[in-house]
Design a protein around this ligand. Sequence first.
Ligand code: ZN
Length: 66
Amino acid sequence: MTTQSSPEPAPSGAPTEHPEITYVGCARCGTQIAGLDGRYACSGCGWVNEWTEGHRPLPTAGRAHA
Ligand SMILES: [Zn+2]
């Protein structure tokens, strides 16, 4: 038996958006930390900003038909 790996088809019509790496100073300890799309988590003190402060909403896993 041969198993062929088929590449995942790209969703048509949906533009591929890459998360953007951004930097900010931690609001608690001031450490420069990197985040994706405006979401940050400081590894030094554990400060995490609100996900709603992100540049765009979290990606949804799959699409559910209503
Ligand atoms: Zn911190």
